[in-house]
Ligand binder design. Structure first.
Ligand code: ME8
Length: 654
């Protein structure tokens, strides 16, 4: 069998702002595709990175009173941290300030100059520093604003090198026409074709008005136009022109981008490749935008500030965020983001459908089969195996066409059918009537359907598939086993002991979330002052006096093990200590705890404790507290709660 390969890239991100949920859209989609191809056993490479040159960054750094790299480094670290929290499985992360990139961009520029595809001239025009692009007057939005950023453009006039883009219009058009999959989806392909048909002008590819860029090798008062620098990353990261990775993976199978940067990827970059004599990527896919209130997130003030992906991950968990991104928007089109729609997806698809399937299946196996996966062989098969095979085929077809939302939706047909089978077959009735053979068959098939769903969802979700396997009691590494073997019906061994855990997805109460509260329950914020949180001592309720809660209500608490890194008194508050605690890869927090009379600060450093991590931050005596440490109160003593053995900081307590 021939080994297939898959090389997918995201755009490289500008580190001039914090990334928002719109940015994560491209990357989660690319990650899902990379994971899918890896599961299928294809030789896969997934590249992302940061685009660190240009006037915009030079100005932002100067404004911050910093050298460009000094300004950029922490933002890049933050971006990498975000990708880690989203479990983005990139194989390489390229920064355009790296030597390996700069050297090869200069090599490309030199080659194009030597062969006459780059020449010297003068450029005059209107320039948007945020886009790092010139606009003609008729392209501007009303009020002479940049059509993308709605900000004023600037008049620039400079000596410049030009790339003979005009020469490549015809060959590019021929390529696009001969390769219907080269620009996707269809609407973007048409846009590119009509743009090229209007005629391409040569492109200004160097700047003298600022210095933060890669110098033109033969004329160093010029820096290379940031888009030429940035686009080249897809090749330089692989070691263009002769690195092993370049030989193995070029041309890219997919450049996944947002529609705002389509022309750069579907015209300029391919023209440069044609000039270099290199093969063109197989597909440039321009997805739509995630909008908020009808505007592009991040271009409006509110959008960029409110929708911080890390906050959403903290609040709902990584798989809920990933699921929403790949499921909600028809891939290719624009879609609307709202937290309310995310919560509705969580409650209906994840909690009600998928979570409930696993929950009730394991519950019934416990009740009716002694907790062991039953033997199905005594009764005829249900239709689930057939539905599963059909769904698998559809998932594969959709993934081949990059229809991510349809691929995910197909899995819900299997989940829905399995839930329906439980309702129809009513295992509790089969049990009551003593129809054990049929009962075993139904419960086996339903458990196997849940396992199938776990494998089918493994490209998109990063924790849930493993949790489903765990609850089914099946200790197999589903990612190592891969797609074909994993999707063999009947793989789940008879006699496996299920391990019922907590529900996969606790429901979130939509009404309270959007009725002005923050979903964490108004009452709990008051707890900040009690326990180890502050000075208010209050009357301890007698054990059992608090009202009963459900497991779902309990599961809304995000309790985490932390390691105390620093501890110091809070001036003027003799009961309080200010602590810095580590959540491992979840970062660090500052917490105020009312334990100063019970612990010396230096005795606390290095210890583990338990943090209520999703408690609304509060100011205690003017000091911000981002969560609360748990402590036992016993007749005037206060004793911190800690795991019985050391565990990794950030581990969940449940
Ligand atoms: O464009 N919805 O970087 P960038 C969907 N450095 N996608 C969105 C979005 C939204 N609301 N907002 C941003 C750049 N994106 C250049 C790329 S590549 C050689 C250089 C997407 O940080 C956007 O479409 O501004 C793009 O695909 C990506 O986020 C990075 O945007």
């Amino acid at each position: 069998m021939s080994r297939q390969r898959f090389y997918v890239t995201t755009p490289i991100y500008y580190p001039n702002d914090k990334l928002h949920i719109g940015h994560t859209y491209t990357t989660v989609a690319a990650d899902s595709l990379a994971r899918y191809h890896r599961l299928r056993g294809h030789d896969t490479w997934f590249l992302t990175g940061t685009d660190e040159h240009g006037l915009n960054l030079q100005r932002a750094a100067a404004q911050a009173g910093k050298e460009p790299l000094e300004y950029i480094d922490p933002i890049v670290e933050w971006i990498q941290h975000l990708w880690k929290r989203l479990h983005i499985s990139y194989d390489d992360f390229i920064r355009t300030t790296e030597e390996r990139h700069k050297r090869r961009v200069q090599q490309i520029f030199q080659k194009l100059y030597d062969q006459g595809d780059i020449y010297k001239g003068t450029y005059r025009g209107l320039y948007c520093v945020r886009c790092e692009a010139y606009y003609s007057e008729d392209e501007l939005a009303e009020g002479n604003l940049c059509p993308i950023h709605q900000r004023p453009v600037e008049w620039l006039e400079e000596e410049s090198y030009f790339f003979r883009l005009s020469k490549y219009g015809e060959p590019l058009l021929a390529h696009i026409e001969a390769n219907p999959d080269f620009v996707r989806p269809e609407s973007r392909r048409n846009e590119v074709i009509s743009f090229i048909r209007q005629g391409l002008e040569d492109l200004s590819v160097s700047r003298t008005s600022f210095s933060w860029g890669i110098p033109v090798p033969f004329d160093p008062k010029h820096v290379i136009y940031v888009w030429v620098d940035a686009l080249a990353n897809y090749a330089t990261a692989l070691g263009y022109p002769d690195g092993d990775l370049y030989r193995r993976f070029w041309p890219a199978d997919l450049h996944l981008i947002g529609k705002d940067i389509l022309r750069f990827h579907a015209i300029i970059w391919p023209a440069i490749l044609l000039a270099l004599g290199e093969p063109l990527p197989r597909c440039v896919y321009g997805h739509g935008w995630l909008l908020i209130d009808g505007g592009k997130i991040g271009k409006s003030r509110a959008g960029s500030q409110v929708i911080d992906p890390l906050t959403l991950i903290d609040r709902y968990g990584v798989d809920v965020v990933r699921y929403f991104l790949v499921r909600e928007v028809p891939f290719g089109a624009d879609g609307t983001y709202s937290e309310e729609s995310l919560v509705r997806r969580l409650n209906s698809d994840l909690a009600n459908d998928l979570g409930n399937l696993v929950w009730r299946t394991t519950a019934m196996i416990e009740r009716f089969c002694g907790g062991l996966i039953p033997d199905p062989s005594g009764a005829p098969a249900t239709d689930l195996a057939q539905v599963a095979a059909e769904v698998r085929r559809r998932v594969e077809q959709h993934m081949d066409r990059f229809e991510l939302n349809l691929a995910v939706a197909a899995v819900w047909d299997l989940i829905g059918r399995a839930n329906k089978l439980v309702d129809e077959a009513a295992p509790w009735e089969l049990n009551r009537r003593g129809e054990h053979a049929r009962l075993g068959r139904v419960l086996y098939d339903v458990a196997e359907a849940a396992r199938f769903a776990a494998v089918l969802l493994a490209p998109f979700l990063v924790e849930t598939p493993e949790r489903i396997y765990d609850q089914l009691g099946y200790d197999e590494d589903l990612r190592a086993v891969g797609w074909d073997a994993g999707l063999t019906w009947g793989r789940l061994p008879v006699g496996t002991r299920v391990r019922r855990g907590e529900p996969l997805f606790p429901r979130v109460d939509v009404e309270s979330l959007f009725a002005g509260g923050d979903g964490a329950g108004e009452g709990s914020a008051g707890g900040q002052g009690g326990s180890a949180g502050g000075e208010a001592s209050g009357q301890e309720p007698a054990a059992g006096a608090a009202p009963e809660i459900t497991i779902e209500e309990f599961a809304r608490l995000d309790l985490r093990v932390v390691r105390i890194l620093e501890a110091e008194p809070v001036p003027g508050a003799d009961r309080l200590l200010k602590l810095k605690v580590s959540l491992g890869s979840g970062g660090e927090r500052q917490v105020v705890a009312g334990i100063a009379r019970h612990y010396q600060p230096e005795d606390l450093v290095g210890r583990q404790a338990v943090l209520v991590a999703n408690l609304k931050p509060a100011r205690i005596r003017g000091v911000e507290s981002q969560g609360m440490l748990l402590a036992a109160a016993d007749d005037g003593r206060v004793v911190l709660v800690a795991p019985e053995q050391a565990v990794n900081p950030g581990s969940k307590v449940r």
